[in-house]
Design a protein around this ligand. Structure first.
Ligand SMILES: Cc1ncc(C[n+]2csc(CCOP(=O)(O)OP(=O)(O)O)c2C)c(N)n1
Length: 252
C-alpha cells in the first residue's frame, strides 16, 4: 500500500456535506472556492439546508449553484439584489443571500446594490472583491486599484481617466437599512475563521429581519492578475489591504 494515502482520521479538513462532488471550474488559488466552502458549512451549522434560497451572479461564480446543494436563482448581471428582494419578500421565513463579484455588485449592479441596501432588505450579500473582471479576461473593474494593470488599462489605472477605486462598502455602510458591513479575506487560516464568523452573523441578521448585511471578501484573481497563487496573496496584502482595510465598517 502506498504511504501517500491519508488516514481520514488525521485530516484537519473535510468537505462540507452540503457541497457536492462536482469538480470546481475555479482556477487553482482562487478565493471563490474557499468562500463557497464557508457558506456550505455555515448553512449546515445553522440547520438551514432546506430553508436557503441563494442568488447566483454573473461572473466567475455564475456556476455557484453547481457546488452548493441549496435552492438557487440565477440573476442577470448585477441584478442579484433585485431578484433577492422578490425572493425574500415572497419567502420571508427563508435565508436569502446573494453572492456577487465586484463587476457585478459595484459596476453594472450599482443601482440594485444601493437601493436594496437602502430599503433594508432582509438579505445577506457576499461580495467577492478581486479588483478585476475575472471571468471575461481581466478587465478593469470599479474596484481596480490606482496604477493596477488590467487588460483594459495595460499601463495601469489612471484616476484622471478612469476615476478612483470605488469603495462601495464604505458607501453602503452609510445607509440606515444596512445593519452589518464588514471587510474580510481568506488568505490565512485566521482570516478564513474570521470571515466564517462574519458570514454567519450576516445570515443570522437576515433571518432575524435586521436589514441588509454585506460581507466583502478582499480576494485574489491570480489568473487575471497574472501571478501565482502564493504571489497573489502577497500582492493582495501589500496592495489591496491598504486600499481596502479589513475590519467591520458597521455592526449593529
Ligand atoms: C448584461 C451583461 N453584461 C455583461 C456581461 C459580460 N460579463 C460576464 S462576467 C462579467 C464580469 C464579472 O466580473 P465580476 O463580477 O468582478 O466577477 P469575477 O468574474 O471577477 O468573479 C461581465 C462583464 C454579461 N454576462 N451580461
Amino acid at each position: 500500500m502506498s504511504n501517500n494515502i491519508i488516514d481520514p482520521a488525521n485530516m484537519i479538513y473535510t468537505k462540507p456535506e452540503l457541497m457536492n462532488d462536482n469538480q470546481m471550474h475555479y482556477c487553482p488559488g482562487c478565493s471563490h472556492g474557499v468562500v463557497h466552502k464557508l457558506i456550505a458549512e455555515i448553512i449546515d451549522e445553522m440547520g438551514l439546508r432546506e430553508k436557503t434560497i441563494a442568488v447566483a451572479p454573473v461572473g466567475c461564480a455564475v456556476f455557484a449553484y453547481n457546488y452548493i446543494d441549496v435552492d438557487w436563482v440565477e440573476a442577470a448581471h448585477g441584478r442579484a439584489p433585485a431578484v433577492a428582494t422578490a425572493v425574500k419578500r415572497l419567502n420571508p421565513d427563508k435565508l436569502v443571500f446573494t453572492y456577487q463579484g465586484d463587476g457585478d455588485l459595484a459596476a453594472i449592479g450599482t443601482a440594485e446594490t444601493i437601493h436594496a441596501a437602502n430599503r433594508g432588505e432582509n438579505i445577506a450579500t457576499i461580495f467577492i472583491n478581486n479588483g478585476i473582471y475575472g471571468m471575461t479576461g481581466g478587465q478593469m473593474a470599479p474596484t481596480t486599484l490606482e496604477h493596477m494593470k488590467t487588460a483594459t488599462c495595460p499601463n495601469g489605472r489612471d484616476i484622471h481617466l478612469n476615476g478612483y477605486p470605488l469603495k462601495i462598502t464604505d458607501l453602503l455602510a452609510q445607509l440606515p437599512g444596512v445593519c452589518l458591513v464588514t471587510r474580510q479575506s481568506v488568505h490565512t487560516a485566521a482570516a478564513v475563521k474570521k470571515t466564517k464568523k462574519m458570514i454567519r452573523k450576516a445570515f443570522e441578521n437576515a433571518m432575524e429581519g435586521k436589514g441588509e448585511s454585506i460581507v466583502e471578501v478582499v480576494s485574489t484573481c491570480n489568473s487575471g492578475w497574472k501571478l501565482s497563487p502564493a504571489a497573489s496573496n502577497d500582492w493582495m496584502v501589500e496592495n489591496m489591504f491598504p486600499a481596502y482595510p479589513l475590519g467591520d465598517l458597521k455592526n449593529i
